[in-house]
Design a protein around this ligand. Sequence first.
Ligand code: ADP
Length: 477
Amino acid sequence: MQDATKHYINGQWVASIDGREMAVEDPSTEEKIATITLGGDADADAAVNAAKAAFPGWAETKPDARIAALERLMDIYKERAGEMAQAISTEMGAPIALAQTAQVGAGAGHLKHTIRTAKGFAFERPLGDHAPGDMILYEPVGVCALITPWNWPMNQVMLKVAPALAAGCTMVLKPAEQAPLSAMLLAEMIDAAGFPPGVFNLVNGDGAGVGAHLTSHGQVDMVSFTGSTRAGVAISKSAADTVKRVSLELGGKGANIIFADADEKSVTRGVRHCFNNTGQSCNAPTRMLVERSIYEQAVETARTVAENTEVGPADVEGRQIGPVVSEVQFNRIQYYIKQGIDERARLVAGGMGKPDGLSIGYFVRPTVFADVTPDMTIWREEVFGPVLTLTPFDTEEEAIALANDTPYGLTNYVQTADKARAQRVARQLRSGMVEMNGKFGGAGTPFGGMKQSGTGREGGVWGLEEFLEVKAVSDWG
Ligand code: ADP
């Protein structure tokens, strides 16, 4: 690993001009594992200038040349997958097995499918037979600011960097300050893959500093952001004065509707899914809605699964859940658990404080609340921790109304053996994604939300088009 205090600008690791140092912590041990620099305006400006200067040359390259560079990156990413898993596991606390599989694998998958999408994409295409001579050109948007969170670091970084590179954009990546090491490792890989200097730049920093500077910057054409709805709102406002294209992948409060005819594993699967990555996923199924005839049984199953969920340090091999990323997150989750208790939800498992024997590290007790109603804080707000709520329903209409009773609209889940009902419900759910009966979307499926879960879609052809402008030209030939 490079000296972590440096930024990667114009093909070089460079010292910060106006930054200040910050310690990166291992959330399992609370120990410092690296020192980075939170950049200042001058660092961000240097990166934007490099991206701006590199843009005309990179935009002009043939898609084949960009795809070849991405294929070199793919080879390097695979070779260094072990290092990547280690970086993710220590910086944000994902258990090593989860880091090696889902965390690193998500990055590899998005890179692979971006390459496949770009190979099949017609960057120039006629308007249609009715308009001979009219040509539609898909051109890169320009200089992009890519701002990412810490919970699935390579997933989110690769969903932006790979299509931006494939489109012919140049970019400044600002990874989350809590989990910057995986992104810095990716910068080393991009460097080794031989992309021209200035095409990809990385500046570390926080939201108020580098983040805000990039999103209001006159030379930045687009902001692609993943993170909290709070930050998404601030970014939209900041980007408005210069009319940037803004793509936002924000929070969620997914409902998991379980009908009485659902397969017998659906409750267990739903609880585990909610707790996966220690509940730190925007698409987590955090509100379990259960048909009344099987409700109490579901509450008991959820209790058992929660009580049997092992919690432990990230470096231990196993299927435990790790700590949450930071003390700030730990305290936020404690606040929500307290709200649940104070607002009289039925505490079924877990609760406040740390699990027995884990006094060091940001470990949270896997927590289940039953009888949660839409007026409660834990129904309305995203907790981002291993906290599940259960609520009974009587009819299909009520289940749909409950699922949609949230400002968010990212992913909802439906469990039923009745296909016609499943499709009826899926059509009425106000969310960008609906996952049914435990089946994930395939490679290249569009990821993104409705309502306050964001704008735009990542992944597949939709994710590539986010980074492309559409130009219409008449009398082409
Ligand atoms: P979380 O609350 O999950 O940490 P945030 O939404 O605060 O998520 O942060 C996600 C990313 O957005 C991080 O890289 C963070 O530095 C950045 N960020 C936070 N606030 C802003 C902002 N106002 N402008 C630009 N970037 C921001």
